[in-house]
Design a binder for this molecule. Sequence first.
Ligand code: NDP
Length: 284
Amino acid sequence: MAHIIDGKKIAAAARLDIAERGRAFLEKTGVRPGLAVVIVGEDPASKVYVRNKKKGCEEAGLYSEVHEMPADTTQAELLAKIEELKANENIHGILVQLPLPKHLDEKAVIDAIPPEKDVDAFHPVNTGKIMIGDYNFLPCTPAGVMKMLEYEQIDVTGKECVVVGRSNIVGKPMAMLLLHANGTVTVCHSRTKDLAEVTRRADILVVAIGKANFITADMVKEGAVVIDVGMNRNAEGKLCGDVDFENVKEKASAITPVPGGVGVMTITMLLENTLRAAELAVKG
Ligand code: NDP
């Protein structure tokens, strides 16, 4: 049976470290790292994420603000809000909670956040920097996965790494980080032919699809490390991942659960990025 990678334990250790560094930074500079989260509309899942982000900041001693805007906010109003936060010296990181209501242009909003305050690392400047391996921020979910692998002393060098999913926020940057860590990386998606044949090659399998229990035991190599990014609701409304955890854990050497795996690491890396943004801003 697989070792269960405990995201909560790893996140707690990382958050303690962030809190200590934040405190030292405040003592040295008089500046408390600050995050502003903008949420448009009433999406219940987004509201939970935003609440958790604020709570994470508070627990780590970082400053945070939540700006709630109504669902009928116009593009101009949202861009004006970003301008206001851009100019605010107490705010080092700006995050606009996605997805936005359909009438808003997500790409234009991401582009409006200055790269040095883009703690989600979604701005094209930051994604480009990740591509060349010279970056200030990493997108929170893939960064959280790398932190877990590092904590568990799972060396990526030379390993067959398979990433299922190619979104801009998870799959693509995940593949890039595994490549930077010297993995041999394959990226799969909905058009991949014989997905199981590819996933069975993986020493490290990272799954970010958004389909409950999609990856079954027959798709996993004996002894593989399985990282489940998915966050879905099953038929009973229970939170579950993209991996059939109960069966895959009998075959993998290590596996992340959902909940209690990658999700908690994502917010942790947001705190890390906020601290980093403040360090960069104050250094000038
Ligand atoms: P997207 O919907 O943007 O991307 C899904 C990807 O999965 C696409 O690349 C798609 O391929 C691929 N895919 C879909 N169906 C299949 C299939 N049958 N076989 C192979 N590939 C397939 O999702 P995200 O990347 O934003 O999120 C993925 C999951 O991770 C979701 O459950 C989400 O909730 C979760 N998530 C969790 C986070 C966390 O903190 N734990 C953070 C962010 C996301 P194609 O490109 O061809 O359409």
